[in-house]
Every structure is written in structure tokens, then in C-alpha cells.
Design a protein around this ligand. Sequence first.
Ligand code: GLN
Length: 491
Amino acid sequence: MSFYQKTIHELHEFLIRKEISAQELCAQVYKRIEEVENQIKALVLIVDQNKAMEEAQKVDARIAAGETISPLTGIPMVLKDNICTKDIKTTCSSRILAEFRPPYDAHVVEKLAQAGAVLCGKTNMDEFAMGSSTENSGYFSTKNPWDLNRVPGGSSGGSAAAIAADESVFSLGSDTGGSIRQPSSFCGTVGLKPTYGLVSRYGLIAYASSLDQIGPITKDVMDAALVLKAIAGHDKKDSTSSTMSVPDYPAALTGEMRGLRVGVPREYFGPGLGLRSEGMCGKSHQDDGKYGAQVAEDMPHTEYALPAYYLIASAEASSNLARFDGVRYGFRAQEGEDVVSMFQKTRSFGFGKEVKRRIMLGTYALSSGYYDAYYLKALKVRTLVKQDFDRAFEKFDLLAAPTASHLAFRHGEKADNPLAMYLSDVLTIPINLAGVPAISVPCGFVRDLPVGLQLIGKPFGEETLLQASFAYEKAAGWGNLKPNLKGVTVK
Ligand code: GLN
């Protein structure tokens, strides 16, 4: 196995034992990008190799000087393109931000730079994170490394595909309704959506502020714990950021999960959901001796989560996206007769179809006369969904369910049917409404395509979540899976 295919924790050992230098690792990753990126199309921007090599060189100098390095030091990474990187284009895969170079780094980017990770690229996504297949990108579609005719999921499809294709060692995505977990299920990666407030959103271009969270997409659970430890923690620039101290997540990964009570929400396995992954998840939750005792649980408001989410997320998006008007950021259309027509032309050209649909839906739901009937009602449903989780967590430490209701689908299969696309997130959305953490961990294959098991934790229960995921990964043996990319030799 080449070095670029390894995990963070493996590479850290190689680096400190001087079996590889950070520069060699960085060069290998760029070579890999060159080999496979034209097939996968995971990246909207590749950072100038010389710039990345300079960072790697600094790391090598530190190692040579005998400095103790942190686990992420010298490790190549790619970031979803809605995470602001100073002076490096951050486009949200939208025409309206095609030339936007943020004057500052997102909080998570600062943290990762402090940890010594090396930025190699920005990843493709559904425009402004609205979508479930990365087909809503304003630029191009990303391919699923397991089957190039299929989508990688979305909206962080570029981040998941890049990791599955070994174009980077780890990546960050953002998850508003499932965008880290669903692409992880489709691409066979580990994807963690932290508790709302655990990771600062400063510098994450907002889609729906009360739901958005940044999280890691990695090759195994240990890596997810290492990245989470590096990016979590209070940030005074984000008023919703928690002041709780950050636990030592990797230390929680003992390989044991005896004594943990795992519940299985009945509604996540219901008829009509088309759950091809059900068999897989069913197998893992029935195997009582191995993975802990499990009992079915009722979460009666689950079916209302999806409509409530699309009202709330669209309402927040319509407000958040009002700032893109050709005056403050990015693209400006040729001046019209007056400023209003300039706004109109800018937004009409700059935003894609799905973004416009969400802005219209959200503006409608917030308008006087409809606010009570739609937006306010959706907020009440959100509370009921949250209460379902509160009740379940009185009895259980964790909940287990499939991540997605289906396998990675074919390009174009749902592109013209927004409602079918919205249904893709039916099993991930309730988690965002409740603000709790959840992870997708590979749990096998159906028709040669990866399937994710979703574990859901208590608020700020990431230690337990990671502990159980790690124990499951070890027992099931699905860590660091590799697709066999056609035309590319995978050693
Ligand atoms: N697919 C969902 C949406 O379109 C979730 C997206 C996300 O989590 N960013 O809103």
C-alpha cells in the first residue's frame, strides 16, 4: 500500500520514525491527484504544489530539529469549498462566488494550520451545500470512486470522493441535513457530524445557520477522532460555539463497548423507505453478543422531520443568501438601469436552479400570512423531533440506524426530481433538527457499493459515539476500504 493510501495515525508513526518525510508524502498525494482527478472530479481547486511543499518542508525541519509534532502535522488535507481559506478561492461551487478570495481563514482552518496539516485542495459540492448528489455544483459533477456512473452523494460529495479515491488523507465537510454522513455512506468513508456548537462555524459560508456543522471525513474512526480533537472547541467569534472543554477523543477508543445501551429507532426501518441497506444494518444490530444489547425504540415524529427541515433550512437560506447581491461579494452582473436591476441580474445569473428554488420556498414560508402556517409550525415540529431524541436517550447511550435509505444512485437518476432528491436525507435530517451528533461508519457492501451504518449520540456525546464506532469498525473489519479505480493501478 502506498503512503497516500494510509490513515493519519499510520502516517504520523511513519513521520516520527522518519520512514517518510512530509515532503515525500505531499508529493505522493499530488501525484495521486494527477493520476485520478480527471476521472473523479472531486476538486474545484488544487493548491499550488510548490506552496504545499513549502509547508511540508517546514514540517520536515521541525521533525529534524527533534520537535514533538501533533498527529496532524504534515498530513495532507482537502476542504469543502464553503470553508473560507484566506486568499484562496472559496466558491461554494457557485457562479456567484467564482472569484471570491476570502480575506480571512475559517476558525477550523486556523486550527488545522496550527496543528500543521497541509492544505492541498478545495472540494466540489452542491452549490451552497443544497443537494444530495453534488450534481447541483455550478461547475461539474463528481464521480463515485466505487462506480464512476454513480453519484458520490452530497452535498460534501467532493470531500468524500477525494478520500475514497485517496486524493487526500482526510477532508472536512459540512452537514446541514446529512451532507457529511450520506456521502460517506455512498463512498465508504467515515463521516462525523458533531453536536451543534462543538465546532465553530466562523468562516463556514452559511446555508442554514441553526443546522450547519463542520466535521471530518476520514479513512477510519481513529482519524475522525484525531481531526475532531483538532477542530473542536470554543471560539468567541461564533456566538453558538460551546464553552465546554474538549475531551481527548482518541483516548476514548478502547475497542470496548460492553455495557453501552444501543437503541434502534423503529421508524428508521419502516416500509416504504426502500432500505436496501437495512439487511446490513439489521445484521449489525441483531448480533447482540458482539455489538451490545439492543432494543427497538419508538420515535413517533420522525416522519415529520423531512418537511419541517426543508421549510426551516430554506427559510434560513433565503435570509443568509440575501447578502449575495453583487455589491459586497463576488460576481456582479453588468450594471442595469438602476441598482435593483443590477441585483436581479447578478442573482439571476449567479445562482443555480436549486438555490433559487430554496430562496423562493424560504421567502414564501417567512412571508406574512404564511409564517405561522409554515415556518412557526416547522419550528414546533423541530421541538417534537428533539423530544423524541431526549426520551430515547433517557434509556439508551446510542441509537443505530442506516445512514441512507438507498445505495449511491446513478448520475441523472434524481437530478430532475427535487422531491426524490430531498427524500435522500430522510434518515439523517432528524439528527440535525435535534442538534445531536452522528457518524456514518462503513458496514459492508450491497451490489459492490458501500453502505453506511449510522450511530447517533447524546448531545456532546462524541466520546461514546467514537468509542462505539471504533469497536464496531474493529469487530466488523471494514476499516480503510479501497475502490479499484479502473485504469489506475492500486498497489
Ligand atoms: N441534502 C440536504 C439539503 O439539500 C442536506 C444538505 C446538507 O446537509 N448541506 O438541504
